[in-house]
Ligand binder design. Structure first.
Ligand code: TYC
Length: 94
């Protein structure tokens, strides 16, 4: 008989979307992306952008796997279209 522990439904693994710093993407573009795709207000977006600028990377939000993957796609697509090298990745939390 299986132990009760093994029968419990685990909460889904969550993924954080991490944005990376670079020397070329304008600060304003990053702020707009954070507002548009991560539902941040202008002040939150500015704080996150500055953290990334100073620390090299920063978490934009935590989502289920599919939503996180979509956010990454949206950011990379917007950056490509605007001609900026902005990069972001999704990674499992913990
Ligand atoms: N470092 C960039 C600059 O000085 C700004 C920037 C911030 C770029 C965050 C990317 O994820 C980023 N223009």
């Amino acid at each position: 008989m299986l132990e009760r522990r093994t029968q419990k439904t685990q909460p889904p693994q969550m993924y954080q979307v991490v944005m990376l710093n670079d020397d070329y993407t304008p600060m304003e573009f990053v702020i707009v992306v954070l507002q548009e795709f991560f539902s941040k207000d202008r002040e939150q977006a500015t704080q996150i952008m500055l953290k990334i600028h100073l620390d090299g990377k920063g978490v934009c939000g935590v989502y289920s796997r599919d939503v996180a993957a979509t956010k990454v796609e949206q950011v990379l697509d917007a950056a490509l279209k605007a001609g900026h090298p902005l990069q972001c990745v999704s990674e499992p939390v913990e």
